[in-house]
Design a protein around this ligand. Structure first.
Ligand SMILES: [Zn+2]
Length: 323
């Protein structure tokens, strides 16, 4: 390609040089993630053009956090990727589905312990179809959500009667909104520059208010994929199509919350999803394995072993902002 031609065609990717958690620049590449957007062929040609490309994941030598070595240059890449046009029936089934209830009830129990007495205003970031909003309402919280997908946001608002915001956390904080509990379940792994996001959420928390963050454990998920690939015909997949851009270890998740200004940080093993028993004996066996691994991974110190496939963090915004 001539120099002129390469000037005419904008680059598909731009490099990422600094660790999003600690700012270091020493990385080790460990996995090449493929991109497959064939399902967007009709909906979004520019997004579809990334099909067949790949992105290296790299781990920070200083803090253990892992992130992509390059990010797509296409404007609003991630917004476009999450603008799926879900069917109404599927969204409704997500509201009624119980597979995340163990995760949700675990979070609500800990928030009861941590939230300031008498303060019951909760914000669910990435509210999806609204099931967690519904369970939190039943537990006595006044709830609001943030959800950027218009279909799930509208459904969540209709089913719960709650306000579901279409704006991002920074905009909401600028309006002076404050909450006693902020929840992100399976959300933070999708957002580039996670510390910036956590800082915006810290601004949305009342002094003494708390945050609950659940993410997959990056190193454990990679180990699980490698074990499955060694034993079966399974192909290793840890961030295909950039569905996850952040790969937290327990230490780097704690560091990210610390850098965002949170205190009293606790990193626990996160609860698993539980499959419906209508899935037959395979679902029952899978659930027994998941719950058995979860029980083992909750033993003291086990959050730092590959048994901890999910991480559940809790932290508190200080009562006074330190000078
Ligand atoms: Zn780092």
């Amino acid at each position: 390609m001539s120099a002129l031609a390469s000037l005419e065609r904008p680059p598909l990717f731009h490099p990422v040089s600094d660790c999003w958690v600690c700012g270091e620049r020493r990385f080790t590449r460990f996995h090449e993630a493929r991109i497959d957007f064939h399902q967007y062929a009709e909906q979004d040609a520019d997004l579809h053009a990334y099909t067949g490309q790949s992105v290296w994941l790299m781990r920070c030598a200083a803090c253990g956090f892992a992130q992509p070595a390059t990010l797509p240059a296409l404007p609003r890449f991630f917004d476009r990727m999450y603008a799926q046009r879900w069917s109404h029936d599927w969204v409704a089934s997500e509201f009624d589905a119980e597979y995340k209830d163990l995760i949700f009830q675990t979070i609500l129990r800990e928030l009861d312990r941590r939230a300031p007495a008498g303060r019951r205003r909760l914000l669910d970031v990435g509210a999806h179809a609204g099931r967690f909003l519904h369970l939190a309402q039943q537990a006595g919280w006044a709830v609001e959500g943030i959800e950027l997908n218009p279909r799930t946001a509208a459904y969540a608002a209709a089913r719960t009667g709650a306000t579901v915001h279409h704006q991002n956390a920074q905009q909401l904080a600028a309006e002076g909104r404050r909450f006693s509990a902020i929840v992100l379940t399976d959300v933070l792994e999708h957002i580039p520059e996670p510390v910036r996001m956590l800082r915006a959420l810290a601004a949305l928390a009342e002094p003494g208010g708390c945050i609950a963050v659940k993410v997959p454990c990056g190193p454990s998920q990679l180990t699980k994929e490698r074990v499955l690939a060694a034993l079966t015909s399974h192909r290793i997949s840890v961030a295909d199509s950039l569905v996850h851009v952040n790969h937290f270890s327990p230490r780097s998740l704690a560091l990210a919350l610390d850098r965002a200004g949170f205190q009293a940080i606790a990193i626990q093993t996160g609860a698993p999803e539980v499959l419906p028993v209508s899935g037959g004996w395979r679902a029952r066996v899978s659930n027994a394995v998941r719950l058995g691994v979860y029980a083992a991974a909750r033993l003291p110190g086990a959050v730092y072993t590959p048994l901890a496939l999910q991480l559940q963090a809790f932290a508190t915004r200080p009562l006074e902002t330190p000078r």
